[in-house]
Design a protein around this ligand. Structure first.
Ligand code: DGY
Length: 381
């Protein structure tokens, strides 16, 4: 483990802000500086322990930006409140690591960073889908090992996805963006499961189907499915885009894996524990034509025994949102959440946060998850 070290930026700032990892770009620093913040930024790469975060909060901390790898629970919010804390922002859109109810009890607004990860994460889901379908990991390892001795008619045959059925679990922003990419790019028919219908997505696919028909091509279809099990049986590719909570923990388990087609492709860019990873390992071991593409893991950064040896699984280290634009955007939004609350600004009322990326950012907090519970005012749209 590397040593714990902190970089102090704008040491004379009035508001002491703890940032548990270095963030990309410069804009977030300017935002916090303009809000009269002294930033104490952890420059270590290891995941800070609860004790280390408690020590960093100390006796005086006005706000904090934390990471999805840290547990922000009731004792930590209690400590933050006691230290004079007025706001916390996750440097992530997901917030399963944050006890929002506890933060609300202590009167601390919790921010997140929606809207800048959508296409970036969806593109990674697309990349993993094709990497799994066309066996890119296996083929690349084969090539690098110098095993390619000549073209063969059956070398690394994979799955053609054009015109097949795509199943998405969770049709929120990222799921819908991924669905649009796969349907429009590869004429896949969509089945989706979500507690809420996504009318915008359905309309988009219907309009695209009409366009294809006009071109004399078979139209694509879109159907919302009531039962996950039906979706699993029908889809050639299944991609998970749910939040992680008690209702989605191990949503994909051994019995659900058994319902999938023997050559199905399962993609996860949401959160690892949505899949029972040990069950997935066992399934992939006994179903060599089944493929998976994983950006996230149940006990991240560890992997369940056996996963690393599976040729039919493509694995990457939770990098779905890792583009400069997105990661800088996340930094901007988390800093803007802190700066706005510390300056007494209201909360932004719209899902579209792009104005915060412009030079004329609104005087508001882009995304506060417990704004309603805390009775925070919203900016008049
Ligand atoms: C998030 O923001 O929740 C993502 O998982 C980061 O990649």
């Amino acid at each position: 483990m590397d040593d714990l070290s902190w970089q102090i930026i704008n040491p004379d700032g009035k508001n002491r802000v703890v940032v548990t990892k270095e963030l990309p770009g410069q804009r977030w620093l300017k935002i916090l500086k303009a809000a009269d913040c002294r930033m104490e930024v952890s420059t270590t790469t290891h995941v800070l322990t609860a004790d280390e975060i408690h020590a960093a909060v100390g006796n005086r901390c006005d706000g904090a930006i934390g990471q999805l790898t840290e547990v922000w629970d009731a004792p930590l919010f209690k400590a933050l409140k006691k230290a004079g804390g007025r706001v916390y922002s996750n440097y992530a859109v997901g917030f399963n690591n944050v006890d929002i109810d506890a933060a609300t009890r202590y009167g601390i607004p919790v921010g997140n960073t929606p809207g800048v990860l959508t296409e970036t994460t969806a593109e990674m889901a697309v990349a993993l889908t094709f990497a799994a379908a066309r066996r890119l990991g296996e083929a690349e390892r084969f090539q690098r090992r110098g095993q390619y001795t000549g073209w063969l008619p059956s070398l690394f045959m994979g799955e053609l996805l054009f015109g097949k059925t795509l199943g998405i679990i969770g049709a929120g922003r990222i799921g819908a963006a991924y669905a649009r990419m796969m349907v429009a790019g590869h004429h896949m028919n969509l089945v989706y499961f979500d507690i809420q219908p996504n009318q915008e997505l359905e309309d988009y696919i219907r309009a695209y189907a009409a366009f294809l028909k006009q071109q004399g091509q078979p139209p694509v279809t879109c159907q919302r499915i009531d039962q996950i099990d039906d979706l699993l049986e029908r889809a050639d590719v299944i991609s998970i885009h749910t939040v992680l909570d008690e209702t989605t923990h191990h949503l994909i388990n051994a019995s659900r894996l058994a319902r999938m087609q023997e050559n199905a492709i399962l993609i996860n860019t949401s959160r690892g524990p949505v899949i029972d990873e040990a069950a997935l390992v066992a399934h992939c071991q006994t179903h060599p034509n089944f493929r998976a593409g994983l950006d996230v893991f149940e006990d991240e950064p560890a992997m369940k025994p056996g996963l690393v040896d599976l040729e039919n699984v493509v694995i990457v280290p939770h990098i779905a949102s890792a583009t400069s634009w997105t990661r800088q955007g996340m930094a901007t939004l988390s800093a803007a959440n802190l700066a706005a609350i510390l300056q007494g600004y209201p909360v932004w009322p719209n899902a579209d946060i792009t104005p915060f990326l412009s030079n004329n950012a609104p005087m508001a907090a882009p995304s506060i998850l417990n704004a309603e519970e805390l009775g925070l005012p919203y900016l008049n749209a």
